[in-house]
Design a protein around this ligand. Sequence first.
Ligand SMILES: Nc1ncnc2c1ncn2[C@@H]1O[C@H](COP(=O)(O)OP(=O)(O)OP(=O)(O)O)[C@@H](O)[C@H]1O
Length: 259
Amino acid sequence: MDSAREAASDVVARVTDLVQGYSKNPVIAGLTIEIEAGVLGLLGPNGAGKTTLLRSLATVLPPRKGRIEILGEVIDSPRAAREARRNIGFLPQDFGYYPGFTVSEFVEYCAWLRDTPAGRRPKDTADAIERVGLMGRANEKMGALSGGMLRRAGIAAAMVGAPRLVIMDEPTAGLDPAQRVEFRELMRGLGDTAVVVSTHLIEDVASICSEIAVMAEGCIRFRGTQGELCAFAPGRSPGETQLERGYLGLLKPGMEHLV
Ligand SMILES: Nc1ncnc2c1ncn2[C@@H]1O[C@H](COP(=O)(O)OP(=O)(O)OP(=O)(O)O)[C@@H](O)[C@H]1O
């Protein structure tokens, strides 16, 4: 790892030589990445391994090989994973919930899962619900929410109690354009939190991410700023932004060993 970079920043999570897969299907073969405060956007084509990496970071999927550290602690046992999850807010792509729970009960339950002290839970819950603009729906049943509102409830659950690491797998899927704009505002207000967010929406990345990582075939093919990604843009083609051209340029054959 780059020691100058580590010295200059606060590493919240570190993945070292991660090997991951499902039965006989290898997905990630030796991936190393560090996560610091700020919003890191994770881009990559379908099947690149983004969800697998996020689930590994969230300590949901134990590594086949390699090491995951959260706030300096190596996650090498179910107990260590439970401890780490107190500091992790995770919004999976398809998150589970009890349809009979109200929004407020759901968010408070997620705070409880993270061992938020009982005295803080009601206020933390109300704050998180307010941040996603669901105050008027706090007492509505989860099962009665629209897809976009459900996702906002999931975002509130991931952020409740201000965890140090927030991991979101395609959080803007299902949001309408106005809600996506609100989501971006929300991301800008996260301050010192380390956020990793996977998305297929380049506009989201452009507006909220301080850094971008591009994954392809289970590897991190690029990590850097938007400007650096734009530098991979091959010639002009109408209908694409420069960021999109940079992203697509990076996925071309021959770019496999860039980082
Ligand atoms: N539970 C699973 N069992 C078996 N194979 C899986 C499982 N989950 C993912 N895979 C496979 O692992 C590979 C990586 O999947 P993953 O969901 O991590 O990619 P992704 O980059 O998040 O894709 P997408 O953008 O479509 O969500 C794919 O080939 C996928 O089919």
